[in-house]
Design a protein around this ligand. Structure first.
Ligand SMILES: Nc1ncnc2c1ncn2[C@@H]1O[C@H](COP(=O)(O)OP(=O)(O)O)[C@@H](O)[C@H]1O
Ligand SMILES: [Mg+2]
Length: 307
């Protein structure tokens, strides 16, 4: 049987009248996993339950086979966390802050450990500067270093790429991948920016309104969702898309980056229809191909975001 690091079944959590989790079930394997959902979908609440900070109304959550509520002390020895919002002592240098945390953890050979971590997250050049002078990307990398003190089996990162510029995001994600390769640490990374994860995750969990919409290894999900998806490029995207939406054999039509995507249930009939639409609308095709779904397309189909 597969070795899951995190498992939940039917988690329900309400805050007054708000149903944050509506029966959330998931199985997260070792490796780098993405935990994806729109703002308010329940990611931070789920992480709170996993960390033993929030008690679910009903349902079960385990990490490494241990109950997240009852055994949160044992679990914390095996994990590192980077919370969604973090406050750091701004006058401390990066090194001084990490040293302080490492002392709390009872780490030995602190100087050596911190030097390695600062190198891992590419902050060695700024180690002696006050944290308040760090950029948003450097803050996040400091948070990553903090989560990695003691080299945990699993690091849970809540929205690590939020509010940082694209280059900062790429640097952070590259560091995560390098650290996984170097130390074997598994990651559970929550985000509402799915495209960020494409390059580094091997497993994906998609939630919406406190429920799992789908989960699986990325290559399996890509295959599953890209079956019968076509990409169409024309000069008048809106007009063409509106016409496609009227055809019964098309399940879904959405527009992304100026291109039309269609999920169809009968490719033969669909391909026969296209020339008819082209001549009817007098809109020649600039591009027409079957696609392999990107994570964005999977997300659009599962969570139903049509842009
Ligand atoms: N402490 C709380 N009190 C009341 N409502 C909350 C609390 N925490 C979360 N919620 C609500 O629960 C839902 C899920 O929130 P959250 O888990 O933070 O989502 P995400 O992290 O995916 O953005 C939201 O509707 C949010 O407003
Ligand atoms: Mg959140």
């Amino acid at each position: 049987m597969e070795d899951f690091v995190v498992e939940t079944s039917n988690l329900v959590k309400t805050f007054g009248r708000v149903h944050a989790l509506n029966g959330l079930s998931m199985q997260i394997p070792k490796g780098i996993s993405g935990f994806v959902g729109k703002n308010g979908s329940g990611k931070t609440t789920t992480i709170g339950v996993l960390l033993g900070l929030i008690k679910a109304n009903t349902g079960q959550a385990t990490m490494f086979g241990l109950d997240c509520w009852k055994s949160s002390f044992e679990i914390r020895q095996k994990i590192g966390v980077m919370h969604e919002t973090n406050a750091y002592p701004g006058n401390f240098s990066g090194r001084r802050f990490l040293t302080h945390v490492a002392k709390l953890y009872g780490i030995t050979q602190i100087d050596q450990v911190i030097t390695e971590l600062l190198n891992d997250v590419d902050l060695i050049h700024a180690q002696d500067k006050p944290i308040k002078t760090y950029s948003a990307g450097m803050f996040k990398r400091l948070g990553l270093a903090q989560a990695l003190i003691g080299i945990p089996e699993l690091a849970i990162l809540d929205e690590p790429t939020a509010n940082i510029d694209p280059i900062g995001r790429i640097t952070l994600l590259e560091k995560i991948k390098e650290i996984h390769t170097k130390h074997g640490t598994s990651f559970l990374i929550s985000t509402h920016i799915l495209s960020d994860l494409e390059k580094i995750c091997n497993y994906l969990l998609i939630i919406d309104q406190g429920k799992t919409i789908d989960q699986g290894y990325i290559n399996n999900l890509t295959e599953k969702y890209s079956a019968n998806i076509y990409k169409i490029e024309v000069s008048n995207t809106q007009q063409f898309a509106a016409t496609l939406k009227k055809i019964a054999i098309i399940d879904k039509v959405w527009v992304e980056n100026g291109k039309i995507f269609c999920k169809v249930n009968d490719p033969e009939v669909f391909c026969a229809e296209i020339p008819k639409i082209v001549s009817e609308l007098r809109l020649p095709l600039k591009g027409f191909q079957q696609t392999l779904g990107s994570l964005e397309e999977i997300y659009a189909q599962t969570v139903g975001e049509k842009r």
